[in-house]
Design a protein around this ligand. Structure first.
Ligand code: GLP
Length: 241
């Protein structure tokens, strides 16, 4: 595991964007696993800037997102599909048909999860998976549990996650209680993983994830077993190291 420290959020975003852009420049047909949340926003801004300067071409890239809230559609400003469209896809030349996010409005969630797993395997897996980390230690929406969930599945969000994510909603009551998330197996099968974190709120959980026991109680701790993980974090998130 490589750990790169940045002095602040901008530095973290630039270092992480460098890793993604190197992947796309060297392998234009890459499958990128993408993440939402506030942490990756600076990365997407940086990549858009480099795209606008003509430094990166996304026309052959495919993207697969980690998760989506159940009940929210692409036009809902809180959905992850909406987030990806407005914060990234709309500003670059990726083809819409090559961007995949679980369907939060699917009539049959089990079927949607199965279809999503098939899609990821049909693409040949993920070349580079970007991950944030939730305060519960979740990656995607793989919440603490007794076992590591393997495949894409529906998950009931923990109260702490609902509270943390309520900052994007008018009130905690509006945060969906369920989500669809890619499982740990698909994440672990990614050839490379890039985990990003910033701010003091992530310090405790980052220490547990990187140096604590590997346990489904801290889902991100499984990353210790992956052969190619780069962590890019600011000094506040890395303060305990
Ligand atoms: C959500 C997402 C995660 C993300 C986490 C942290 O729960 N499902 O993929 O990593 O939030 O978000 P933030 O980056 O805003 O702290």
């Amino acid at each position: 595991m490589k750990i790169l420290e940045a002095s602040n959020y901008e530095g973290m975003s630039r270092k992480a964007a460098n890793i993604i852009s190197a992947q796309v420049i060297l392998f234009p047909r890459s499958v990128l696993g993408l993440a939402t949340g506030s942490t990756p926003l600076g990365i997407y801004r940086q990549l858009i800037d480099w795209y606008q300067k003509g430094d990166i071409d996304f026309s052959h890239v495919t993207s697969v997102n980690l998760d989506e809230y159940c009940g929210l559609g692409p036009d809902d400003s809180q959905s992850y599909r909406y987030y990806m469209n407005t914060n990234f896809f709309r500003h670059i030349n990726i083809r819409t048909e090559n961007t995949f996010v679980p369907d939060g409005l699917a009539e049959d969630f089990e079927e949607e999860c199965r279809r999503y797993d098939e899609r990821v395997s049909a693409l040949g897996g993920i070349d580079l998976q970007l991950l944030g980390i939730g305060e519960t230690g979740h990656i995607g929406f793989n919440e603490p549990d007794d076992t590591f969930d393997k495949m894409t599945h529906q998950v009931a969000l923990k109260q702490k996650t609902i509270e943390a994510n309520s900052r994007f909603f008018k009130s905690p009551d509006e945060v969906p209680q369920y989500a669809l998330t890619m499982g740990i197996k698909a994440i672990m099968q990614a050839k490379k993983i890039l985990l990003v974190a910033n701010g003091p709120k992530k310090a405790d959980v980052l220490e547990k994830a990187l140096f604590g026991p590997v346990t489904p109680e801290v889902p991100a701790s499984i990353l210790q077993l992956h052969p190619d993980v780069t962590v890019v974090a600011d000094s506040e998130a890395l303060r305990v190291i």
